[in-house]
Design a binder for this molecule. Structure first.
Ligand code: RB5
Length: 147
């Protein structure tokens, strides 16, 4: 199950991603927003991120105007590794090297065509592990106040 969320700036892109996931038979849970009305991205980031760290959803996709605000907010939730991407290489390598569990994109930055390519590579790429696991463990140590 993929967790989806956006503010108003990413609403249209989130709706396009929903359609894309439906066409691919990928299950998702939409944590809002549900209309183009203005809404604060931190609220949506928190709800969506909690849907992931609870184990209900495996990964998430968050959209706001730039992808930045919603990624900063999501990264405040322990266990979230959210990456704001607008190119294919970053969306792929944030899975390979960072084991990112949330892809963030800007609805005012990337076109729908590119965004859907980023979604596909993000969801299809596995974490490489090895030396990268040590670095993920260090990120967790920061969260726990150990580093
Ligand atoms: C909302 O206008 C906009 O600030 C928000 O979507 C996002 O871009 C923030 O980082």
């Amino acid at each position: 199950m993929i967790a989806l969320g956006s503010d108003h700036g990413g609403f249209e892109l989130k709706e396009a991603i929903k359609k894309h996931l439906e066409e691919k038979g990928i299950r998702y849970k939409d944590f809002g927003t549900y209309s183009p009305e203005s809404i604060d991205y931190a609220v949506i980031a928190a709800k969506t991120a909690k849907g992931i760290v609870s184990g209900e959803c495996e990964k998430g996709i968050l959209c706001c105007g730039t992808g930045i605000g919603i990624s900063i907010a999501a990264n405040k939730v322990k266990g979230i590794r959210a990456a704001c991407c607008s190119d294919y290489f970053s969306a792929k390598y944030t899975r390979l090297h960072n084991d990112a569990n949330v892809l963030c994109m800007g609805g005012r930055v990337v076109g729908v065509g590119l965004a859907l390519e980023l979604v596909d590579v993000f969801l299809e790429t596995e974490f490489e592990g090895g030396r990268h696991q040590r670095r993920i463990d260090q990120i967790a140590a920061i969260e726990n106040g150990e580093l």
